[in-house]
Structure formats: structure tokens, C-alpha cells
Design a protein around this ligand. Structure first.
Ligand code: HAM
Length: 423
């Protein structure tokens, strides 16, 4: 027997029944982004591997073990993007739209990470990412966080998500904290698990968000990163917290929040939910003031975040099991008899000419009973019935599928037909 080819592990199909909820979310988020003056940017899905190595950091989980990297026909090493910030910065430098300018940008699309698949964690997943370039002060940090809050507000999920914020200071601050943390961990090697031992000298800060309860307890005795922050970072963070408070945004300072990408400094934040099990972070971001310069551009302050759309869809479905945005068909044209198909297509086209928002399905083939069954199945409210007699007399029977009421109208009465379809 022939074995059917299946989708690659961790890469899902998004079927039409699911797409309705995706489109609902995307539309709401696009509206929010545009209401804050953010512009869409479309970036390649594949970039040179060196871009991600340099931007994300060689000793992060993403670069060490999660990238889909290939050689192209020319022998160049290329990578399916694991995230969008690196590509956005690359594009900004390449097209010169960051230098001496301020930009509010957003993008949407698939990202790829070779992680162990589970609920809420996939190898191909979707993000909406937001990046602002050119603002130094904490006001843009606050704007971005408030914007993300508005996303939850328009989706009706504010009570299910919580904001965690932290400041990780400058690179120098993190280097001195790194030394202090290694020193502390070296004294407690016997309690560390394999993962912590592996990270201890390469990326010790990541140990702070270890899920192991013993490690979490141990870390209560380590000096917190905030002890190492300089005056500037403290002031930036305090200002941000005041702005959030004054705008009614509830947050928790999580001193262990460090994020998994190397480019961050000062503000970092995540929105988390308890409703999705272990993959509860639906959005994460922070400042990356050094990245543009590090990638070869002029020094440009920047901050951004990305929402994991797969997790957002799961969350909406989890908290509202019956949630199903409407995608109801307004009219289903049922054509019965010889040579009526052409008239059916013409009627549908006239209706769409008059109102491009009307949703009409024209039936092709099958008997009358089947056609009514299909009209019902696709949720059409109105059936427009055309037989040979109706075509000859330029009429159409209009049937309300819920009440069964019928009326006959002239096909030329397009406005009237539309009124019934769209009421
Ligand atoms: P990130 O935290 O790696 O940040 O990813 C952002 C969000 O993408 C996560 O909070 C999660 O919701 C979702 N996500 C990540 N990995 C997966 C996965 N394997 N399956 C499903 N969803 C996933 C970034 O990517 C940064 N570029 C965000 C950013 C933008 N920072 C500044 N600007």
C-alpha cells in the first residue's frame, strides 16, 4: 500500500474552519496597530544564517539548537527565520530607513524553530511582531505595552493575561552580574541539574528562568540583577513603571525575567496566561538599543515585541469553547434546470458589482434537494432560486432559510435583493 505523505512534525495545516478565528484576531490586531500609527513591513522568510547568529547570539537556545539551516545551491548557509527582529533591523540598515528617523513598524508571518513540539509549541508558528526605532525614553516602552494591552482588550481576554516586566540593564551590567551569578552557582554545584551545569558558563542568566523548583529556591539566595543596575537603567525602569501605573496597566516585576535572546537591554516584558499549560507566554519583547549598531548601522534606540498567534488562538478557544466568529454566507444561488447556470452566474456577478461586501455562493451541479442541503450546511440565510421559468421571466425566488418564507422578485431589482441579503 502507498504510504500517504504527512505534514512535517511540528508544522500544522490551518484549515478553513480555524482560519475564521485567525482572520478575526488578525483583523482586530491590524486595527489596533494602525490606530497607533504603526506601518506594516514584509520581510523575507529566509535570511543568511550569519544574520541570526550575530543578532540573536551564538550561545542562545535558538542559535545553538533550534534553527532550520541549509546550504542553498550556491553553497551559502541560509536559515528559515526563527524570529522577525533580526530581519527587520537588517532591512532598516539596508534601506536606510533607520538613520536619523523614527519608525513604528509591524509584521506578521511564520517563524521556524526546531523545538520539541507540544501544545502551544510548534516548529512552524506565527507571530505578529511590532518594532519601534528612534526613541530613547521610557514613553515608547509604555506605549508599546499599552498597545499590547489594547490587543487583549479588543479580543476580550484581559482577565486571562498578566504582565511581567523587568530591567536587565546594560551589557556591562549584565557582564558583572554574570560573574557574580557564576560565582554563586559554583558554590552550589551539587544542587544544579544538567541543564544548569551546561548553561553555567555559557549563558548563566538563562538559569534564572529555570522551571526546576529546587533551582528556583536556590536562586532566592543569589543577589538579584537589580542590585547591579546603574542609575540610568533604574531611572528608565522607574519612569516606565510610573507610566504604566498612571495608565491603569497592572504589572508584576519579575526579577528573574531575562528573555532568551541576547539583544535585549533595560526593559523586558512578557504577557503570560495560566490557561495554556507550560507554554503560557503569549507575547514577549523588550528594548534592544545596541542591535542596530551591532549589525552595522548607526546607533539607534529600539524596542519591540512579538505575539505568538498560535497561542493566542488556543487561548481564545480555551476560554470560550463556543467562540466562533461569524463567516455567514448572505446568499446561496440554487439553479435548477437546463441552461440556467449562465443566468445564475450573471445574477451573482450583478450582486457583487453592486455591493462588493455581499457573500454569495453559486451552486454548480447536483439536484434541488442536495442544493438546499448545501445552502444549509454553509450557513446561508437566504436561498436565491432560479429555474427555467424564472430565467425566462427574469425573476428570482427568494427564500429565507430560517423562516421558510418565500417571495418572488424581478432579477433587475438588485437593490431590493441586496437589502434582503444584507438585512
Ligand atoms: P520570543 O519570546 O522568542 O521573542 O517569541 C515571541 C512569542 O512567540 C512567544 O512569546 C510565543 O508566544 C511565540 N513563540 C515562540 N516560540 C514558539 C513556538 N515554538 N511555537 C509557538 N509559539 C512560539 C521574539 O521572537 C522576539 N523577536 C520578540 C521581539 C520583537 N523582541 C523585540 N522585538
Amino acid at each position: 500500500m502507498v504510504k500517504n505523505i504527512q505534514a512535517i512534525r511540528g508544522m500544522k495545516d490551518y484549515l478553513p474552519s480555524d482560519i475564521i478565528i485567525w482572520q478575526f484576531i488578525e483583523e482586530k490586531l491590524r486595527q489596533v496597530l494602525s490606530s497607533y500609527g504603526y506601518n506594516e513591513i514584509r520581510l523575507p522568510i529566509v535570511e543568511y544564517t550569519s544574520l541570526f547568529n550575530k543578532a540573536i547570539g551564538n550561545i542562545t537556545d535558538i542559535v545553538e539548537k533550534e534553527m532550520y539551516t541549509f546550504k542553498d545551491n550556491n553553497g551559502e548557509s541560509i536559515t528559515l527565520r526563527p524570529e522577525g527582529t533580526a530581519g527587520c533591523v537588517r532591512a532598516g540598515i539596508e534601506h536606510g530607513f533607520l538613520y536619523n528617523q523614527q519608525q513604528r513598524l509591524w509584521y506578521i508571518g511564520p517563524m521556524f524553530r526546531y523545538e520539541r513540539p507540544q501544545k502551544g509549541r510548534y516548529r512552524q508558528f506565527y507571530q505578529i511582531g511590532v518594532e519601534s526605532f528612534g526613541w530613547q525614553g521610557p514613553d515608547i516602552d509604555a506605549e508599546l505595552i499599552i498597545l499590547s494591552y489594547r490587543c487583549w482588550k479588543v479580543l476580550g481576554i484581559t482577565e486571562y493575561v498578566k504582565l511581567e516586566v523587568n530591567s536587565i540593564g546594560s551589557l556591562e551590567v549584565r557582564n558583572s552580574y554574570r560573574r557574580s551569578l557564576i560565582n554563586f552557582l559554583e558554590h552550589h554545584k551539587d544542587v544544579l541539574d544538567d541543564d544548569c551545569i551546561r548553561r553555567m558558563y555559557t549563558n548563566p542568566l538563562r538559569i534564572l528562568d529555570s522551571k526546576n523548583p529546587t533551582i528556583q529556591k536556590l536562586l532566592n539566595y543569589a543577589l538579584p540583577l537589580s542590585n547591579f543596575l546603574d542609575k540610568k537603567s533604574h531611572a528608565h525602569f522607574d519612569n516606565l513603571c510610573t507610566l504604566l501605573k498612571n495608565n491603569g496597566i497592572k504589572y508584576k516585576v519579575n526579577e528573574r525575567l531575562v528573555r532568551g535572546l541576547d539583544y535585549y537591554n533595560d526593559t523586558v516584558f512578557e504577557w503570560v496566561t495560566n490557561n495554556l499549560g507550560s507554554q503560557g507566554t503569549i507575547c514577549g519583547g523588550g528594548r534592544y538599543d545596541g542591535l542596530v549598531k551591532q549589525m552595522g548601522g548607526h546607533p539607534t534606540p529600539a524596542i519591540g515585541f512579538a505575539i505568538g498567534l498560535d497561542r493566542l488562538v488556543l487561548l481564545l478557544k480555551t476560554i470560550n469553547k463556543t467562540f466562533q466568529p461569524k463567516n455567514i454566507i448572505d446568499g446561496y444561488i440554487i439553479a435548477s434546470g437546463k441552461s440556467v447556470q449562465c443566468a445564475a452566474i450573471q445574477l451573482a456577478e450583478k450582486l457583487r458589482d453592486s455591493d462588493p461586501t455581499v457573500k454569495i455562493i453559486t451552486n454548480f451541479g447536483s439536484n434541488l434537494k442536495k442544493q438546499f442541503a448545501r445552502a444549509n450546511k454553509c450557513g446561508a440565510r437566504i436561498a436565491l432560486i432560479l429555474g427555467e421559468h424564472e430565467v425566462q421571466t427574469d425573476q428570482v425566488i427568494i427564500k429565507d432559510m430560517r423562516t421558510g418564507n418565500q417571495q418572488i422578485l424581478a432579477q433587475s431589482e438588485i437593490t431590493k435583493i441586496l437589502q434582503i441579503l444584507l438585512q
